[in-house]
Design a binder for this molecule. Structure first.
Ligand SMILES: [Zn+2]
Length: 729
């Protein structure tokens, strides 16, 4: 292409000679005819010159993603009020990308772009609530594993659990969040504090062995809610997000110290970046995922390792999709790089100059979840264009805060970028037609956990009646709806049913008629024992999302509790049509049968559940109790023993076991089981009383007396206990 004002096929303008035009196309390695394909990223080459042979190749690689880390909160990115000494040191010892961009401000799709080198439309994951990444899309971990690396991932959010599909290629994938004692708060079961994650990762990294290692450590702490531990809570009082950033920096310091202690530091390529930033109320966006401003698209990218000169600075815009090809190239594995949209930055990291590459970003949340318009952004050097009903154009060099929309002042530039984005969208559509929509669905319980993090499913009715409203005009409504939904769910999980239900009512009053709102409202009403209203909301939820098994389970439960077993059975059968092997549905089938006095059918159902859910303790208790009632006492005892083995912490299971054992005449074993129940719940008079009976029948009079006294201490009006005590004297 020639110098002078000219619009390229990708909508790029060469107007001012600010860049070398010889290399300023989307890709300089392909003929101009290929540019259309390249603009979309498919079929791209990754043929940056490989690192010179003389450059030392790192042995290991560690990638740290600090979730929700806004670039401008890091010292080396110009922040003066948040202490990030460890990140700053990394930038001094290695390289720093001054302008690193992500492609979608959402945790799951953004991480998948990082590890696949593909834009969201290419890898197919557009949302946090999604089926797993398709198995045919190559991921970094798999390539490294195939090349002999020991691979381990340590993630801190359920959004990145194995269900995301990101576990492919990781021999070890730590995504359990319910470990430890602190399960009282619901959120702790779906996210993990960074020190726990980092502790696991450093232990794994330090384990003996000479194999090359690849670790991915994901820290979730700066994601809301912002609750930094001390001393950061006090030090950053009033700005807890900054406190979380400082705390995450400390964790990076711990990692670096552990690498040094394990003598891995000098051989390790260490990459620290993020999946997106945070709005922090700029542009009226509190968190992330709605707009495509730099507050949520600009992240830090720091790379330190053998062959990278200290203090290296990458000044052009670099992208998440560049990370995978860069890592492979730096590790000496460039030929293994699959077809990706990113380019290797290895040469630049070794000091060679590189050109700007345009970067694309998307936010489908306003469209998919609310029926408003989606947003697309194209950044080209200093210029950024946002495709929206009222489009925006910013000069990021002059106006990094994106406050002055230049769309009227720069009509030609705006038109060129617009056509570039539109062309890309057409290619996206073509790709979707080719691959078809994702078939797999999202597990039911996951949906709820994601909801508590502020993520809603894409199953609402919104997309069907898209209004095309500009998200800029809807931000207030979005904030209110999101807050209400989230608070409602947390209140629900923490047992504040009335408050929770009130919140959902406010949503309905605002015209929000979503699947989630109905489903959670029903759950709150169950908590309030308002079963008929709950049934109405479950039905409304199922109307929106007929495949959601948990709603059939809930519906069956409310009908059963309301004394309408026929309707309950009907709900179960509707659910089983959708999901024939769902153990919770089969269990409700058993509940209905038990309720209607058909123990044989109930046994059949529960036995099937026990098979489908080998770790389900409760169904074994139910089945055991049924066997007891049917006089099959040996089977009953066996089932209850299995139950307490699967779940030794539930006192009532031990009590049930004791009842069955003592009822069979095995008083000593019964006594032991009642003791176990009492140890786990010392406030239950019945357990103490049962223990007393088992003791009394073994003629252990002194101990029996103590047990009956204990029962009376707990409940002074326990007449039977008083009577037994009298009989002992
Ligand atoms: Zn995230």
């Amino acid at each position: 292409m020639k110098n002078g004002r000219r619009q390229t096929a990708d909508g790029r303008l060469n107007t001012d000679g600010r860049r070398q035009t010889a290399h300023s196309g989307f890709r300089s390695c392909l003929p101009a005819a290929a540019i259309v394909a390249i603009a979309f990223g498919l079929g791209a080459c990754t043929s940056s010159p490989p690192a010179p042979a003389a450059v030392s190749v790192p042995k290991h690689v560690v990638i740290v993603t600090i979730d929700t880390l806004r670039a401008d909160r890091v010292g080396v990115y110009g922040n003066a009020t948040v202490a990030t000494p460890n990140l700053d040191r990394l930038a001094r010892e290695g390289a720093m990308a001054e302008h690193a961009a992500v492609h979608v401000p959402l945790t799951r799709p953004s991480h998948i772009s990082l590890f696949t080198g593909l834009y969201p439309a290419e890898h197919g994951i557009r949302d946090n609530v999604s089926p797993p990444l398709a198995g045919k899309v190559p991921v970094l971990a798999e390539i490294l594993q195939q090349n002999g690396f020991r691979t381990g991932a340590f993630v801190s959010s359920i959004v990145l659990s194995k269900q995301s599909g990101l576990d492919r290629g990781f021999a070890h994938y730590s995504d359990r969040f319910d470990v430890g004692e602190d399960d009282a708060r619901f959120l702790n079961t779906i996210q993990k504090r960074g020190d726990a994650t980092m502790g696991e990762a450093t232990t794994w990294l330090g384990e003996a062995g000479s194999a090359r290692r690849f670790a991915w450590v994901h820290l979730y702490d700066p994601h809301d809610p912002y609750e930094p531990p001390e001393p950061y809570a006090s030090r950053y009082a009033g700005r807890p997000y900054d406190g979380e950033v400082a705390w995450s920096d400390e964790l990076v310091g711990r990692l670096d110290a552990a690498l040094a202690a394990a003598k891995l530091r000098d051989d390790t390529l260490l990459v620290v970046t993020s999946d997106h930033g945070e709005g922090l109320d700029e542009h009226q966006e509190a968190v992330h995922g709605f707009f495509v401003y730099e507050t949520t698209l600009a992240v830090p990218l720091l790379i330190r390792g053998p062959g990278i000169a200290p203090g290296t600075r990458l000044t052009p815009v670099v992208r998440s999709v560049d990370v995978m090809p860069t890592v492979l190239d730096l590790l000496g594995l460039a030929p293994q790089t699959p077809t990706v949209s990113g380019r290797s930055l290895a040469a630049a990291l070794h000091g060679a100059p590189i050109d700007d590459e345009p970067t694309f970003a998307e936010s489908l949340v306003p469209l998919v979840h609310y029926g408003w318009s989606d947003l697309r952004a194209l950044r080209d050097g200093r210029w950024k264009y946002i495709l929206a009903p009222r489009p925006e154009l910013y000069d990021l060099q002059e106006d990094p805060g994106e406050r002055q929309n230049l769309i009227e002042r720069e009509p030609q530039r705006a038109r060129a970028y617009r056509s570039g984005i539109e062309q890309r969208l057409r290619q996206e559509q073509a790709l979707l037609r080719e691959t078809g929509p994702a078939a797999a669905s999202v597990p039911a319980d996951l949906l709820e956990k994601l909801g508590a993090l502020g993520y809603v499913s894409s199953a609402g009715p919104a997309a069907a009646r898209a209004s095309g409203a500009d998200p800029k005009d809807k931000i207030e409504e979005y904030q209110i709806v999101n807050t209400l939904m989230r608070e409602g769910l947390v209140n629900l999980r923490e047992g504040r049913f009335a408050v929770s239900y009130k919140g959902f009512q406010q949503l309905f009053a605002r015209g929000i008629d979503s699947f989630e709102a109905h489903y959670y409202a029903a759950r709150a009403l169950v908590g309030l024992k308002r079963m008929r209203e709950a049934a109405t909301h479950y039905e409304a939820a199922l109307e929106k999302l007929p495949a959601y098994t948990a709603a059939y389970v809930g519906l069956a439960e409310v009908y059963l509790a309301d004394g309408r077993p026929n309707l309950a059975l009907d709900a179960v059968r509707r659910g089983l049509k959708v999901s024939p092997d769902d153990p919770r549905l089969v269990e409700r089938e058993g509940d209905v049968a038990r309720h209607t006095g058909d123990p044989v059918a109930a046994v059949r159902a529960y036995e099937r559940v026990a098979q489908l859910a080998p770790k389900d303790a409760l169904v074994r208790v139910k089945l055991g109790e049924l066997f007891r009632d049917l006089g099959r006492s040996a089977d009953a005892a066996r089932l209850l023993r299995e139950a307490v083995q699967l779940d030794p912490d539930t006192a009532s299971y031990w009590n049930s076991l004791g009842m069955i054992l003592a009822g069979n005449g095995d008083l000593a074993a019964g006594e032991q089981a009642f003791r176990e129940a009492g140890t786990r719940d010392g406030t239950n008079a019945q357990y103490a009383y049962n223990l007393g009976l088992a003791l009394a029948r073994q003629n252990k009079r002194v101990e029996a007396e103590a047990a009956f006294r204990r029962a009376l201490e707990i409940n002074p009006r326990f007449a039977a206990a008083r009577q037994q005590l009298g009989a002992l004297r």
